[in-house]
Write a new protein. Structure first.
Length: 157
């Protein structure tokens, strides 16, 4: 894919798949809060709140809930890049307005590329340390991002 960030296998995780949806529908699912809340968290977990200010420096905030009803601390961050229907980069290393965050877990990039019959979907999670990458992988990165993408596709069909 063009313009893909340089991947460091010691620090980064990559998820790739081709889905049978056009990039415009995948983009909507990522950028409209009422849609994102329906697929973003792998079931039986839920996303119960979402705020999106879709611009560089704009807010990207989600709140997740466990199957037992426990509400997780909000995931607060901001967008770094917004290229309609092609590229979305967000981070929890910065808060809205590019204000430094007290802690960071990862920076994510979603790449959408038109492909025969759909979209080539690439999700990249970049971490500051090998330990953070390993933690994210152990949390079920590949399985979770795959299940979430399956939920996105089912919703947008």
């Amino acid at each position: 894919m063009h313009n893909q960030p340089a991947i460091d296998p010691q620090l980064d995780l990559v998820f790739e798949r081709t889905v049978d949806l056009p990039p415009a529908l995948v983009w909507r699912a990522w950028t409209e809060p009422e849609l994102l809340m329906q697929w973003f968290t792998p079931a039986p977990w839920k996303t119960i709140e979402c705020e999106i200010d879709l611009r560089p420096g704009g807010k990207f905030r989600t709140v997740m809930q466990s199957p037992e009803g426990e509400t997780m601390p909000p995931g607060n961050g901001c967008y770094l890049e917004v290229v309609e229907e092609r590229r979305l980069t967000f981070t929890d290393a910065l808060q809205p307005g590019f204000r430094p965050a007290p802690e960071a877990f990862f920076t994510g990039t979603i790449l959408l590329e038109p492909a025969a019959g759909g979209t080539r979907y690439t999700g990249i999670a970049m971490h500051a340390t090998k330990e953070a990458r390993e933690k994210h992988e152990a949390m079920g990165f590949h399985e979770g991002w795959g299940k979430a993408l399956d939920q996105l596709v089912a919703l947008m069909r």
